[in-house]
Design a protein around this ligand. Sequence first.
Ligand SMILES: [Zn+2]
Length: 355
Amino acid sequence: MPSRRSLIVVALLALLGVPGVARGVEPFRLGDLVVAPGSVGHGVLAVPAGSDGATEIPVSVIHGAQPGPVLALIAGVHGAEITPILALQAWAPRVDPAALRGTVVLVRVANVEAFLARSVRVNPVDRKNLNRVFPGRSDGSVTERIAHVLSTQVIPRADAVVDIHSGDAHEDLRPWTGYYAKIGGAAVIARSRAMAVAFGVPYVVEFPFAPRDEEPALYTGVVAVRRGIPAFDIEVGRLGNVEPDLVDLVAGGLDRLTRHLGMRDGALPPTPGLRFVRERVSVSAEATGIFHGRVRAGEEVAAGALIGEITDFHGRPAERVVAPRAGHVLFVLATPAVSRGEAIATIATAVHQEP
Ligand SMILES: [Zn+2]
C-alpha cells in the first residue's frame, strides 16, 4: 500500500504534468493513433472493404504541447496532383510540436491507389472522382468509402479544413486559393476567406457553388462549411512535375496559415497584388484528338484570343479553341490528348482588388 507521502507526490506530479505540456491537453486519437501532447504520430485510417477491396489512408498528427485549434490538411484527393503531397512531406518536419498551439492532422495521400497508378482525376478501381462524391457513403465503392471516412473521422474533428490541390497531370495552373462565398453562413464565410487570404498567393477565387441543403456536398470543403467549420482550397502546382519552388510556395503558405490561426509564432506580412476572382468561365473541347496549346496559365487573354487548336489523328484541323471572354487564365490543358467535352481552360473574368 503506498504511503500518504507518495500519494501526495503522485498527485502533485499529475497536477504539474509533463514539463512543457500545458495542463488539460489530452492525447489526440485518430484511427489507430494515440498521440501524446508535444509529439508526432504516424498511422493510417482504415477504409474497410465493400463492393471492392479495402484500402488505407496514411495520416500523421502533430499534437501540440499547448491547447489550440485542430487544423486538418488534406492532400492527394487527386492522386496525380503531387505538389500537395510533396508539400506536406516538406512542411511537417518544420512544425515543432513542443511549441505548437493546437493540433495539425495531415492526410498525406487521400487517394493512395490513384497516386500509385498516377491516375488523373479518378481512382483507378472504380473510376470515380473523389472530389465529386462527398460526403461519400459507407456502403459505396472505394472512392465513396474514402470520402465517408474523411467526412466522419477527419473533418468533424477539425476547427479548420484545407483541401490541397494542384493542376492535374495534364494541366498547367497558376497558383490560387478558393473558398465558398455563398454557403456556411456569414461568420464561416468570413473566416474561410481570411484563411484563403492568409495563405498568401495573389489570386483568391470566390466559389459561387451554393447547393441546396438536400443536395450532396460533392466537395471536401462543403462538408466542412455545412458543419460550421471554415475551409478553403489551395491550387498550387502543375503537370505532375516536381517543382521545388511550388512545393516551397505551399509549405510557406502553411507557415503563414498556422500563424494566422495563432498556432505558431511568426510574421504574417500582407500579400502583394492580392486579387479576388468573382467570376470564371470554363472552355470545353468540342472535338476529340490532339490539342496544341497557345497560352500558358497566368497569361491575360482578350475575348476571342486563341487558346489552342485541336487536330484530328490525321493532323487535320478539327477545332480552334478561343477565349469566350477576356480574363486571366487560371488553368489550361497543357498535354496533347483531348476528348470532346473535356475542360480546356478556366479563365477568371471578374477580377478585383478588394471585395
Ligand atoms: Zn485536384
